[in-house]
Structures are given as C-alpha cells and as structure tokens.
Design a protein around this ligand. Sequence first.
Ligand code: SAM
Length: 201
Amino acid sequence: MNDFDRWQTRFASPDYVFGTEPNEFLVRCKPLLPKSGKALALADGEGRNGVWLAQQGLDVLSVDFSPLAQAKARSLAAARGVAITCAELDLSTYDWPAQSFDVIADIFTQFTPPHQRAAKWDGARRALKPGGLLIMQGYSVKQIEYGTGGPRDPAHLYTRALVEAAFAGWNDVHIYEDDAVIREGSGHSGMSALIGLTARA
Ligand SMILES: C[S@@+](CC[C@H](N)C(=O)[O-])C[C@H]1O[C@@H](n2cnc3c(N)ncnc32)[C@H](O)[C@@H]1O
C-alpha cells in the first residue's frame, strides 16, 4: 500500500485518530502567537491544531494530502465555530508561497524522508514573513523504544543535533527535548520522546 492509501485507510475510521485537542507543545507556545495574522498548519490531518490556531484569532490554511482527514478537519472547525481554509496537497511537491504566513505549525510531519527534510524546512522558511514563527514538534530517535506512535523507521525521527544543524540559519531558535506522556487519540498515546522547536525566519 502506498503512503496516500495508508493514511486514507487510517483516517477512514469515524473517530479522530489524533484526537480533537491541540498538540500540547503548540498550546505551550501560545504566548508567542500574534493576536492576528495568517497561519499555515502543515500536514494538519484531522485539523486539531489548525482549528486551535483559528480559535486564537489566526486566519488558518490547513493543508494535508488526505481528503478524509480534511473532511474531519472541516467538521471539527464547524463544531468549534471557527473558519479554516483547507487545501488538499502533497507537501513533497508543494509550491511554497513566499513570505505569506506569520506562523507555521509543523506538528508530527515525520512522513518526510531524510532527503526531503531540508526542502520542507527551507520551504517553510521562505513561506514565513520576515520574523514569522515556526513551531515544530516531532519524535526523537528514542521513540523507537517507547513505540507509542510515529514512524518505525529511525531515519524519519529527529535528534537534537539534526534539529540544531537544520535550523542553524534561523533566528531566535529554541529546542525543547522532553520525555512525556501524551494522549493524542489512539495515534499518539503513552510515554513519548519528543523534540520541539520554535524559531523565526
Ligand atoms: C502523524 S499525522 C499528524 C497530523 C497532524 N499534524 C496532527 O498533529 O494531528 C501526519 C499527517 O501527514 C499527512 N501526510 C503524510 N504525507 C503527506 C504528504 N506527502 N503531504 C501532505 N500531507 C501528508 C497525513 O495525511 C497525516 O495527516
């Protein structure tokens, strides 16, 4: 089964695989968010993070390649009484718009193979307005031991050194490593090895 079909199959169940509550790291970054402006939620899946960003007053573009996930994102936005714009696209071929967003949320987008990671983060940097904020969280390689979510291939996981090198040219870089219990639907559940980052273009 290819990646697209695998994600579609995963999102075919009626429940929210990653829950309806926003990612905790994203919520912890709330003090950094502008009161208004444009936000891009990358590979936003069923919309929990994009919807939360819209609830913070941001004008949100929620992108993902799974139409089934995006249908759920639209339902979640309606249930929460906010508007988001959904775009169905494959991030590996995304034509990143220049200097368009005040905030980009990159939460658990570790489907990206190592050879496409630089293009993704360079694209995000170009798509941010000068001074715009990237909020990223992913699993670190220790997550293989926990096995509570995320890719099984360690090449898709992060290390502090990898993140430091990838974001060396950004401004105001902060990296947070945490082992913590997270409860994000059935998809991410239990003790987890996490790396978070905030950085500005
Ligand atoms: C682990 S889920 C995370 C979803 C969301 N960011 C969250 O935290 O709830 C990964 C998401 O990446 C999407 N995805 C996988 N490959 C993609 C690609 N090439 N382009 C766009 N989205 C992709 C999947 O459909 C899925 O929604």
